[in-house]
Design a protein around this ligand. Structure first.
Ligand SMILES: Cc1ncc(COP(=O)(O)O)c(C=O)c1O
Length: 392
Protein backbone atom coordinates (compact mmCIF):
# COMPACT_ATOMS: atom_id res chain seq x y z
CA UNK A 1 0.00 0.00 0.00
CA UNK A 2 1.55 3.31 -1.08
CA UNK A 3 -0.64 5.24 1.31
CA UNK A 4 -0.72 8.43 -0.70
CA UNK A 5 -4.43 9.22 -0.89
CA UNK A 6 -3.59 12.20 1.29
CA UNK A 7 -1.49 13.63 -1.57
CA UNK A 8 -4.67 14.20 -3.57
CA UNK A 9 -6.87 17.11 -2.45
CA UNK A 10 -9.83 15.94 -4.55
CA UNK A 11 -9.82 12.63 -2.69
CA UNK A 12 -9.18 13.97 0.78
CA UNK A 13 -12.14 16.31 0.24
CA UNK A 14 -14.38 13.23 -0.13
CA UNK A 15 -13.05 10.64 2.31
CA UNK A 16 -15.85 8.12 1.69
CA UNK A 17 -15.41 8.11 -2.09
CA UNK A 18 -13.84 5.12 -3.84
CA UNK A 19 -12.56 6.51 -7.12
CA UNK A 20 -11.97 3.71 -9.62
CA UNK A 21 -11.87 5.58 -12.90
CA UNK A 22 -8.21 6.60 -13.16
CA UNK A 23 -8.08 5.20 -16.68
CA UNK A 24 -10.35 8.08 -17.73
CA UNK A 25 -8.59 10.71 -15.68
CA UNK A 26 -6.50 10.85 -12.53
CA UNK A 27 -6.93 13.52 -9.87
CA UNK A 28 -3.93 15.83 -9.52
CA UNK A 29 -1.60 15.45 -6.54
CA UNK A 30 -0.78 18.51 -4.46
CA UNK A 31 2.68 18.82 -6.08
CA UNK A 32 1.16 19.17 -9.56
CA UNK A 33 -1.44 21.66 -8.38
CA UNK A 34 1.32 23.69 -6.69
CA UNK A 35 3.43 23.68 -9.85
CA UNK A 36 0.50 24.71 -12.05
CA UNK A 37 -0.45 27.46 -9.62
CA UNK A 38 3.13 28.74 -9.50
CA UNK A 39 3.24 28.81 -13.29
CA UNK A 40 0.02 30.80 -13.47
CA UNK A 41 1.13 33.22 -10.77
CA UNK A 42 4.51 33.81 -12.40
CA UNK A 43 5.51 35.72 -15.55
CA UNK A 44 2.77 35.30 -18.14
CA UNK A 45 4.92 35.25 -21.27
CA UNK A 46 4.34 32.94 -24.20
CA UNK A 47 7.33 30.53 -24.43
CA UNK A 48 9.73 31.86 -27.05
CA UNK A 49 7.42 34.58 -28.38
CA UNK A 50 9.55 37.63 -28.05
CA UNK A 51 13.13 38.05 -26.91
CA UNK A 52 12.51 39.67 -23.54
CA UNK A 53 13.46 37.89 -20.31
CA UNK A 54 9.97 36.63 -19.52
CA UNK A 55 9.64 34.96 -22.93
CA UNK A 56 13.15 33.53 -22.75
CA UNK A 57 12.51 32.17 -19.28
CA UNK A 58 9.23 30.57 -20.33
CA UNK A 59 11.04 28.87 -23.21
CA UNK A 60 13.77 27.59 -20.90
CA UNK A 61 11.15 26.13 -18.55
CA UNK A 62 9.38 24.51 -21.49
CA UNK A 63 12.58 22.78 -22.56
CA UNK A 64 13.25 21.66 -18.99
CA UNK A 65 9.78 20.16 -18.90
CA UNK A 66 10.40 18.40 -22.21
CA UNK A 67 13.64 16.90 -20.92
CA UNK A 68 11.94 15.67 -17.75
CA UNK A 69 9.02 14.07 -19.59
CA UNK A 70 11.33 12.51 -22.20
CA UNK A 71 13.47 10.97 -19.46
CA UNK A 72 10.38 9.62 -17.71
CA UNK A 73 9.20 7.94 -20.92
CA UNK A 74 12.64 6.47 -21.56
CA UNK A 75 13.30 8.44 -24.76
CA UNK A 76 16.93 8.88 -25.77
CA UNK A 77 16.62 12.55 -26.73
CA UNK A 78 14.27 15.27 -25.44
CA UNK A 79 13.64 16.40 -29.04
CA UNK A 80 11.86 13.06 -29.64
CA UNK A 81 8.99 14.33 -27.46
CA UNK A 82 6.50 17.09 -28.24
CA UNK A 83 3.65 18.35 -26.09
CA UNK A 84 0.06 17.73 -27.16
CA UNK A 85 -3.43 18.20 -25.76
CA UNK A 86 -3.69 14.49 -24.96
CA UNK A 87 -3.39 11.14 -26.66
CA UNK A 88 -6.22 11.77 -29.12
CA UNK A 89 -4.57 14.89 -30.53
CA UNK A 90 -1.18 13.19 -30.54
CA UNK A 91 -2.45 10.20 -32.53
CA UNK A 92 -4.24 12.43 -35.03
CA UNK A 93 -1.00 14.39 -35.44
CA UNK A 94 0.94 11.21 -36.28
CA UNK A 95 -1.60 10.05 -38.85
CA UNK A 96 -1.87 13.51 -40.43
CA UNK A 97 1.74 14.68 -40.40
CA UNK A 98 3.85 11.51 -40.36
CA UNK A 99 1.50 9.11 -42.15
CA UNK A 100 1.25 10.70 -45.62
CA UNK A 101 5.03 10.68 -46.24
CA UNK A 102 5.49 7.23 -44.74
CA UNK A 103 2.70 5.83 -46.91
CA UNK A 104 3.34 7.84 -50.07
CA UNK A 105 4.17 4.64 -51.98
CA UNK A 106 1.22 2.71 -50.54
CA UNK A 107 1.19 -0.05 -47.96
CA UNK A 108 -0.95 -1.57 -45.24
CA UNK A 109 -1.86 -0.05 -41.91
CA UNK A 110 -2.50 -2.85 -39.42
CA UNK A 111 -4.95 -1.94 -36.70
CA UNK A 112 -7.23 -3.60 -34.17
CA UNK A 113 -10.94 -2.71 -34.49
CA UNK A 114 -11.26 -3.51 -30.77
CA UNK A 115 -8.98 -0.63 -29.77
CA UNK A 116 -9.86 2.85 -28.53
CA UNK A 117 -11.50 5.04 -31.16
CA UNK A 118 -8.81 7.70 -30.62
CA UNK A 119 -6.17 5.12 -31.58
CA UNK A 120 -7.91 3.72 -34.59
CA UNK A 121 -9.94 6.49 -36.24
CA UNK A 122 -7.08 8.74 -37.42
CA UNK A 123 -5.50 5.81 -39.28
CA UNK A 124 -8.77 4.70 -40.83
CA UNK A 125 -9.34 8.25 -42.06
CA UNK A 126 -5.81 8.28 -43.49
CA UNK A 127 -6.33 4.94 -45.26
CA UNK A 128 -9.54 6.26 -46.80
CA UNK A 129 -7.83 9.49 -47.93
CA UNK A 130 -4.88 7.61 -49.42
CA UNK A 131 -6.60 4.61 -50.95
CA UNK A 132 -5.65 5.83 -54.42
CA UNK A 133 -2.01 5.58 -53.36
CA UNK A 134 -2.53 1.89 -52.55
CA UNK A 135 -2.98 2.39 -48.80
CA UNK A 136 -5.21 -0.14 -47.04
CA UNK A 137 -6.35 -0.58 -43.46
CA UNK A 138 -6.01 -4.24 -42.46
CA UNK A 139 -7.60 -5.40 -39.18
CA UNK A 140 -6.22 -7.87 -36.66
CA UNK A 141 -8.14 -9.41 -33.75
CA UNK A 142 -8.08 -9.44 -29.98
CA UNK A 143 -9.72 -12.30 -28.10
CA UNK A 144 -12.54 -11.72 -25.62
CA UNK A 145 -10.04 -11.09 -22.81
CA UNK A 146 -8.28 -8.41 -24.84
CA UNK A 147 -5.21 -10.38 -25.91
CA UNK A 148 -4.01 -9.84 -29.46
CA UNK A 149 -4.40 -13.11 -31.36
CA UNK A 150 -0.84 -13.74 -32.66
CA UNK A 151 -2.06 -16.07 -35.43
CA UNK A 152 -4.53 -13.55 -36.69
CA UNK A 153 -1.86 -10.87 -36.51
CA UNK A 154 0.50 -13.06 -38.56
CA UNK A 155 -2.27 -13.55 -41.14
CA UNK A 156 -2.79 -9.79 -41.44
CA UNK A 157 0.94 -8.95 -41.64
CA UNK A 158 2.82 -9.14 -44.92
CA UNK A 159 5.62 -7.45 -46.82
CA UNK A 160 3.03 -4.77 -47.63
CA UNK A 161 2.72 -3.82 -43.93
CA UNK A 162 4.00 -0.27 -43.53
CA UNK A 163 2.53 0.70 -40.15
CA UNK A 164 1.39 -1.36 -37.17
CA UNK A 165 -0.95 0.58 -34.89
CA UNK A 166 -1.12 -1.08 -31.48
CA UNK A 167 -2.23 -0.36 -27.94
CA UNK A 168 0.22 -1.07 -25.15
CA UNK A 169 -2.32 -1.46 -22.32
CA UNK A 170 -5.91 -1.90 -23.42
CA UNK A 171 -8.28 0.67 -21.94
CA UNK A 172 -11.04 -1.86 -21.13
CA UNK A 173 -9.32 -5.21 -20.58
CA UNK A 174 -6.13 -3.85 -19.00
CA UNK A 175 -4.11 -6.39 -21.03
CA UNK A 176 -0.53 -5.44 -21.93
CA UNK A 177 0.73 -6.10 -25.43
CA UNK A 178 3.98 -7.97 -25.92
CA UNK A 179 5.19 -6.57 -29.23
CA UNK A 180 7.99 -9.16 -29.32
CA UNK A 181 5.40 -11.93 -29.46
CA UNK A 182 3.92 -10.55 -32.69
CA UNK A 183 5.23 -11.30 -36.18
CA UNK A 184 5.86 -7.66 -37.04
CA UNK A 185 7.49 -7.42 -40.46
CA UNK A 186 11.00 -5.90 -40.18
CA UNK A 187 10.22 -2.93 -42.45
CA UNK A 188 7.06 -1.87 -40.60
CA UNK A 189 6.94 1.12 -38.27
CA UNK A 190 5.11 0.51 -34.98
CA UNK A 191 2.92 3.23 -33.51
CA UNK A 192 2.04 2.48 -29.89
CA UNK A 193 -0.73 4.00 -27.79
CA UNK A 194 0.75 4.22 -24.29
CA UNK A 195 -2.12 6.18 -22.74
CA UNK A 196 -2.82 3.51 -20.15
CA UNK A 197 0.80 2.57 -19.56
CA UNK A 198 2.36 5.86 -18.56
CA UNK A 199 2.17 6.35 -14.81
CA UNK A 200 1.20 2.71 -14.22
CA UNK A 201 4.04 0.64 -15.63
CA UNK A 202 7.62 1.40 -16.68
CA UNK A 203 7.97 2.75 -20.20
CA UNK A 204 11.32 2.49 -22.00
CA UNK A 205 10.51 3.91 -25.38
CA UNK A 206 14.11 3.92 -26.62
CA UNK A 207 14.23 0.14 -26.21
CA UNK A 208 10.76 -0.50 -27.58
CA UNK A 209 9.99 -1.84 -31.05
CA UNK A 210 7.73 1.21 -31.36
CA UNK A 211 9.22 4.31 -32.99
CA UNK A 212 6.04 6.34 -32.60
CA UNK A 213 4.01 6.63 -29.40
CA UNK A 214 1.35 8.72 -27.70
CA UNK A 215 0.77 9.43 -24.02
CA UNK A 216 -2.09 11.03 -22.14
CA UNK A 217 -1.01 13.44 -19.38
CA UNK A 218 -4.29 13.50 -17.48
CA UNK A 219 -4.13 9.74 -16.87
CA UNK A 220 -0.73 10.05 -15.18
CA UNK A 221 -1.52 12.86 -12.69
CA UNK A 222 -0.89 15.73 -15.12
CA UNK A 223 -3.42 18.53 -15.65
CA UNK A 224 -6.44 17.94 -17.92
CA UNK A 225 -5.75 18.32 -21.62
CA UNK A 226 -2.03 17.51 -21.50
CA UNK A 227 -0.12 14.77 -23.27
CA UNK A 228 2.84 13.99 -25.46
CA UNK A 229 3.72 12.54 -28.82
CA UNK A 230 6.95 10.57 -29.25
CA UNK A 231 8.74 10.13 -32.56
CA UNK A 232 12.18 8.54 -32.61
CA UNK A 233 14.79 10.64 -34.42
CA UNK A 234 15.10 8.13 -37.27
CA UNK A 235 11.48 8.92 -38.21
CA UNK A 236 11.75 12.73 -38.05
CA UNK A 237 12.47 13.00 -41.78
CA UNK A 238 8.97 11.71 -42.50
CA UNK A 239 7.21 14.45 -40.57
CA UNK A 240 5.62 17.10 -42.76
CA UNK A 241 6.84 20.44 -41.38
CA UNK A 242 5.10 23.62 -42.46
CA UNK A 243 7.95 26.10 -42.03
CA UNK A 244 5.70 29.14 -41.97
CA UNK A 245 3.31 27.61 -39.44
CA UNK A 246 6.25 26.43 -37.30
CA UNK A 247 7.11 30.10 -36.76
CA UNK A 248 3.86 30.45 -34.82
CA UNK A 249 5.22 27.98 -32.24
CA UNK A 250 7.89 28.48 -29.57
CA UNK A 251 10.08 30.14 -32.26
CA UNK A 252 13.07 27.97 -31.65
CA UNK A 253 13.95 24.96 -33.73
CA UNK A 254 14.22 21.91 -31.50
CA UNK A 255 13.40 19.17 -34.00
CA UNK A 256 11.12 18.57 -37.00
CA UNK A 257 8.78 16.90 -34.52
CA UNK A 258 8.42 19.94 -32.29
CA UNK A 259 8.27 22.27 -35.32
CA UNK A 260 5.25 20.38 -36.62
CA UNK A 261 3.52 19.31 -33.41
CA UNK A 262 3.90 22.55 -31.47
CA UNK A 263 2.51 25.06 -33.93
CA UNK A 264 0.81 27.98 -32.21
CA UNK A 265 0.88 28.93 -28.55
CA UNK A 266 1.75 26.16 -26.16
CA UNK A 267 0.36 25.30 -22.76
CA UNK A 268 3.68 25.96 -21.03
CA UNK A 269 2.07 25.81 -17.60
CA UNK A 270 0.52 22.44 -18.42
CA UNK A 271 3.87 21.14 -19.70
CA UNK A 272 5.64 22.19 -16.49
CA UNK A 273 2.90 20.65 -14.39
CA UNK A 274 3.10 17.43 -16.40
CA UNK A 275 6.84 17.38 -15.72
CA UNK A 276 6.08 17.74 -12.01
CA UNK A 277 3.75 14.72 -12.31
CA UNK A 278 6.70 12.68 -13.60
CA UNK A 279 8.78 13.86 -10.61
CA UNK A 280 5.94 12.82 -8.31
CA UNK A 281 5.83 9.36 -9.89
CA UNK A 282 9.62 9.03 -9.87
CA UNK A 283 9.58 9.88 -6.18
CA UNK A 284 7.37 6.86 -5.55
CA UNK A 285 9.02 4.62 -8.13
CA UNK A 286 7.11 3.35 -11.12
CA UNK A 287 8.01 -0.26 -10.31
CA UNK A 288 6.37 0.14 -6.92
CA UNK A 289 3.26 1.55 -8.60
CA UNK A 290 3.02 -1.45 -10.94
CA UNK A 291 3.51 -3.83 -8.01
CA UNK A 292 0.87 -2.07 -5.93
CA UNK A 293 -1.59 -2.20 -8.85
CA UNK A 294 -0.88 -5.91 -9.32
CA UNK A 295 -1.80 -6.53 -5.68
CA UNK A 296 -5.10 -4.64 -6.01
CA UNK A 297 -5.95 -6.25 -9.35
CA UNK A 298 -5.26 -9.73 -7.96
CA UNK A 299 -7.36 -9.07 -4.84
CA UNK A 300 -10.19 -7.85 -7.04
CA UNK A 301 -9.97 -10.82 -9.43
CA UNK A 302 -9.91 -13.34 -6.56
CA UNK A 303 -12.86 -11.76 -4.82
CA UNK A 304 -14.91 -11.16 -7.96
CA UNK A 305 -14.48 -14.72 -9.21
CA UNK A 306 -16.27 -15.90 -6.03
CA UNK A 307 -19.34 -13.75 -6.70
CA UNK A 308 -21.98 -15.66 -8.66
CA UNK A 309 -22.75 -14.16 -12.06
CA UNK A 310 -19.51 -12.17 -12.41
CA UNK A 311 -17.45 -12.78 -15.54
CA UNK A 312 -13.98 -11.26 -15.60
CA UNK A 313 -13.07 -9.76 -18.96
CA UNK A 314 -9.28 -9.79 -18.62
CA UNK A 315 -6.57 -12.45 -18.39
CA UNK A 316 -5.55 -13.72 -14.92
CA UNK A 317 -3.19 -11.44 -12.99
CA UNK A 318 0.23 -13.07 -13.14
CA UNK A 319 1.84 -13.61 -9.76
CA UNK A 320 4.98 -11.61 -9.11
CA UNK A 321 4.69 -9.29 -12.09
CA UNK A 322 3.45 -5.70 -12.32
CA UNK A 323 -0.07 -5.00 -13.59
CA UNK A 324 -1.86 -2.08 -15.17
CA UNK A 325 -4.49 -2.05 -12.39
CA UNK A 326 -7.24 -1.95 -15.04
CA UNK A 327 -9.86 -4.70 -14.90
CA UNK A 328 -13.21 -5.26 -16.56
CA UNK A 329 -16.11 -7.52 -15.72
CA UNK A 330 -19.74 -8.22 -16.58
CA UNK A 331 -22.58 -9.14 -14.26
CA UNK A 332 -24.98 -11.73 -15.65
CA UNK A 333 -28.15 -10.23 -17.06
CA UNK A 334 -27.35 -6.65 -16.00
CA UNK A 335 -26.47 -3.71 -18.21
CA UNK A 336 -23.12 -2.11 -17.42
CA UNK A 337 -24.77 1.25 -16.76
CA UNK A 338 -27.07 -0.31 -14.15
CA UNK A 339 -24.16 -1.91 -12.33
CA UNK A 340 -22.23 1.37 -12.41
CA UNK A 341 -25.26 3.19 -11.02
CA UNK A 342 -25.68 0.66 -8.21
CA UNK A 343 -22.01 1.16 -7.29
CA UNK A 344 -22.29 4.93 -7.58
CA UNK A 345 -25.02 4.87 -4.95
CA UNK A 346 -22.43 3.33 -2.65
CA UNK A 347 -19.98 6.12 -3.56
CA UNK A 348 -17.88 3.89 -5.81
CA UNK A 349 -17.14 5.48 -9.19
CA UNK A 350 -16.44 3.12 -12.09
CA UNK A 351 -16.78 3.29 -15.87
CA UNK A 352 -19.55 1.76 -17.99
CA UNK A 353 -21.06 2.74 -21.33
CA UNK A 354 -19.31 2.48 -24.67
CA UNK A 355 -15.75 2.71 -23.28
CA UNK A 356 -14.77 4.73 -26.40
CA UNK A 357 -14.78 1.45 -28.34
CA UNK A 358 -16.62 0.47 -31.46
CA UNK A 359 -19.42 -1.83 -30.24
CA UNK A 360 -18.18 -3.19 -26.89
CA UNK A 361 -20.40 -5.59 -24.94
CA UNK A 362 -23.09 -3.56 -23.22
CA UNK A 363 -22.60 -5.25 -19.89
CA UNK A 364 -18.88 -4.40 -19.61
CA UNK A 365 -17.88 -2.42 -16.53
CA UNK A 366 -14.32 -1.18 -15.98
CA UNK A 367 -12.55 -0.49 -12.73
CA UNK A 368 -9.15 1.19 -12.79
CA UNK A 369 -7.09 1.39 -9.63
CA UNK A 370 -4.21 3.70 -8.97
CA UNK A 371 -1.67 4.44 -6.32
CA UNK A 372 -4.15 6.18 -3.99
CA UNK A 373 -6.39 3.09 -3.84
CA UNK A 374 -5.95 0.44 -1.19
CA UNK A 375 -7.32 -2.95 -0.19
CA UNK A 376 -10.29 -1.38 1.59
CA UNK A 377 -11.32 0.19 -1.72
CA UNK A 378 -11.19 -3.22 -3.39
CA UNK A 379 -13.23 -4.75 -0.57
CA UNK A 380 -15.86 -2.03 -0.80
CA UNK A 381 -16.08 -2.65 -4.52
CA UNK A 382 -16.50 -6.38 -3.95
CA UNK A 383 -19.24 -5.77 -1.37
CA UNK A 384 -21.03 -3.47 -3.80
CA UNK A 385 -20.71 -6.01 -6.54
CA UNK A 386 -22.03 -8.83 -4.37
CA UNK A 387 -25.05 -6.69 -3.47
CA UNK A 388 -25.66 -5.82 -7.14
CA UNK A 389 -25.38 -9.51 -8.08
CA UNK A 390 -27.96 -10.50 -5.44
CA UNK A 391 -30.52 -8.05 -6.76
CA UNK A 392 -30.78 -10.07 -9.94
C1 LIG B 1 -6.00 3.62 -25.02
C2 LIG B 1 -6.43 5.05 -25.08
N1 LIG B 1 -6.07 5.81 -26.13
C3 LIG B 1 -6.43 7.10 -26.21
C4 LIG B 1 -7.20 7.71 -25.26
C5 LIG B 1 -7.57 9.14 -25.40
O1 LIG B 1 -6.75 9.89 -24.56
P1 LIG B 1 -6.93 11.45 -24.33
O2 LIG B 1 -8.02 11.59 -23.32
O3 LIG B 1 -5.60 11.87 -23.78
O4 LIG B 1 -7.23 12.09 -25.61
C6 LIG B 1 -7.59 6.97 -24.15
C7 LIG B 1 -8.45 7.59 -23.12
O5 LIG B 1 -9.32 7.02 -22.58
C8 LIG B 1 -7.20 5.61 -24.06
O6 LIG B 1 -7.57 4.86 -23.02
Amino acid sequence: MLGSRRDFPALTAEPDLVYLDAASGTPCPEAVIAQLTAELRGPAANPGRGGHPWARDALRRLEEARAAVAAFLGATFPDEVAFSRGATGAMAFLADRWGPTALADGGDILYCPGDHLSTVRPWLRLAERMKNHGVRAVPYRRDRLGRIDPDDFARAASDRTAVVVATDVHNLHGTRTDLDALAIPPGATVCLDCSQTAGRLPLRLAESRAELAVVSGHKMFGPPGTGTVYVRRGQHRRIAVDRAAARSGPARHVSPLTDAAEEGSLDGAGAAALASATAFLDGIGIDRVGGHLAGLAARFANGASRIGGVTLLGPPVEAGGPHSGIAAFALDGQAGDDVAFALERRRIYVRAGDHCLDGPREDAVRVSFHLYNDENDVDRLLQGLAAAAERD
